[in-house]
Design a protein around this ligand. Sequence first.
Ligand code: DAH
Length: 333
Amino acid sequence: MTVTSSNLETQLTELQQTVQQEIAAADRLDRIEEIRVGYLGKKGQLSKILGGMGKLDASDRPRIGKLANEVKEAVQTDLDNKRNDLQSAAIQAQLEAETLDVTMPAVVRSQGRRHPLNSTIDRILDIFVGLGYTVATGPEIETDYYNFEALNTPPDHPARDMQDTFYLPGDRLLRTHTSSVQIRYMEQHEPPIRIVAPGQVYRRDTVDSTHSAVFHQIELLAIDKGLTFTDLKGTVRQFVRQIFGDVEVRFRPSYFPFTEPSAEVDVKWKGNWLEVLGCGTVDPNVLKAVGYDPEVYTGFAAGLGVERFAMVLHQMDDIRRLYASDLRFLRQF
Ligand code: DAH
């Protein structure tokens, strides 16, 4: 084929058109590079066309050379522009993919909370700590001595009946009340004493809506010179007012081996008398058991069931809910 200047001119113009179409159609960055190598590279289309320049008339060469440069620059510019466009489109797409939608519903993380039994214990302890009492604790596995004997409970007392107590091998048993903490604390301390002792206790009760074989008590003990039943009444009234509000309170004569006289305390709650605790003046025999002189020291004690308080304060109908670990129930508190 003879190489003429018009021939080359046409080829150059056509090449420019073809490349422009390809650039316009390119949708990926590596395609841009392919196009550049294919047309402007050393072995590319443009070099091939210009290979025919040597056969041109010398007078035509500058014009065709100039046209070739123009085509080359135009193609290069188109490639650069397209590369920029594709790059910014890629960045834009990435930004959009990473956008946070602040209107989306949040991931709800569940939060733990106090068990109603623990919050009831804390509430009661707080009241007594506010009255100057110290929190004390004792073991749940006890001996007959601490649970009964030292608490003036003779061997034939009904509370010692096999029905009520879980006995363990040897002389041991599961404490049936927190009153055992009274003895342990007094053995270790001299009066004056003001303690409040929370803890788990165990009884061989048949489980139903108001009974559990394992439950919680809080024990109160005050020993000093000159303490009387009147101090007990004042303390109990103060406590009842703080936990139940301005309710009627009634002291009913009762019997406990470790107190004399003894009483049970009722409060008027939603129209009915509700028994809330047992109490009394510490029996002289209990003071003697720990080496205190009953002629010098007197005191009062009280014991209450935590489950009863939790159920009344939260209007619960069944004690077993407190041990079922049912989150649908527990989340209400
Ligand atoms: N320990 C008794 C019980 O479990 C409760 C009690 C009554 C404790 C009178 C006391 C008290 O300290 O004085 O039923």
